[in-house]
Design a protein around this ligand. Structure first.
Ligand code: CAA
Length: 259
């Protein structure tokens, strides 16, 4: 596994674990960190031994947002022509394997947006989510205004985006932003357990299941159901579908070969 300066990446069984590791700035998402994150995600995506990815930070911060000090003197033409917060930030959206965000501490601004770009968020009891950009004279720039409303609805999304207040883990769970809340000390272990469960299934079905659920963000119900059915049919072309169903009938554990 490659060595990085601002993240750590290691395989834990069939799960790729990426830890944001820039403690001096509460994992603020600077250019170098986002470049390294993209590289690590790409490496796990290409590794056939990996079936799911966990993205986490420290106990104090998942990530406190885009790097304000790096951004503060940038001009409108520069960030516009560069399409700042464009492709590099969205690498996680191009990953076909499931990505679980394990969030402890602050997930603010771009940190909250990065977590929302992942497929599942598990929160530690001390997690705090927010879109505080309004306090800086800007607005969310990595999909926060769009993804938050889909997760928590209009009133709460407006509340968070317009007041810049933070929401604790209990409120995030009540609002359906996160799937569950766990003690801080067991956060990574719980996320890895979830990743291991996902990675034990047939990768083609996992990848298509993720694609089908994500399609609901962008399609009407009618189109989405039709899309899901095409993906469902296509899995009958895999050996793993034959194996999974034969194993059920023969009352044994399936041996999936990702084929
Ligand atoms: N960018 C750059 N540096 C940051 C940072 C950020 N987003 N967040 C924290 N840091 C740095 C601090 O400047 C500080 O560095 P120094 O020790 O060198 O002064 C260090 O991290 C520790 O931070 P604090 O001393 O502020 O720690 P705290 O515990 O008192 O407060 C906090 C924690 C409430 C998270 C506070 O740091 C904070 O408000 N951070 C900024 C949060 C924010 O506004 N995020 C949105 C950024 S804009 C964005 O993300 C745009 C987008 O949509 C993509």
């Amino acid at each position: 596994m490659a060595e990085y300066g601002m993240i750590k990446a290691e395989a834990r069984g069939k799960v790729g674990l990426i830890t944001l590791d820039r403690p001096s700035a509460l994992n603020a998402l600077c250019d170098q960190l986002m470049t390294e994150l993209g590289q690590a995600l790409g490496a796990f995506e290409a590794d056939p031994a990996i079936g799911a990815i966990v993205l986490t930070g420290s106990e104090k911060a998942f990530a406190a947002g885009a790097d304000i000090k790096e951004m503060k003197d940038r001009t409108y033409p520069a960030i516009h022509f560069e399409d700042f917060i464009g492709n590099k930030w969205e690498t996680v959206l191009t990953i076909k394997k499931p990505v679980i965000a394990a969030v402890a501490g602050f997930a603010l601004g771009g940190g909250c947006e990065l977590a929302m770009m992942c497929d599942i968020i598990i929160a530690a009891e001390n997690a705090r989510f927010g879109q505080p950009e309004i306090k800086l004279g800007i607005i969310p720039g990595a999909g926060g205004s769009q993804r938050l409303i889909r997760a928590v609805g209009k009133s709460k999304a407006m509340d968070l985006v317009l007041t810049g207040r933070m929401m604790d883990a209990a409120e995030a769970e009540r609002s359906n932003l996160v799937t569950r809340v766990v003690p801080v000390e067991s956060l990574v272990e719980e996320a890895l357990k979830m990743g291991e469960a996902i990675a034990s299934y047939s990768l083609p079905s996992v990848v298509l299941a993720k694609e089908a659920v994500n399609a609901a963000y962008e399609m009407t119900l009618r189109e989405g159901v039709r899309f899901e059915r095409r993906l469902f049919h296509s899995l009958f072309a895999t050996e793993d579908q034959k194996e999974g169903m034969a194993a059920f009938a023969e009352k044994r554990k399936p041996a999936f070969r990702n084929a």
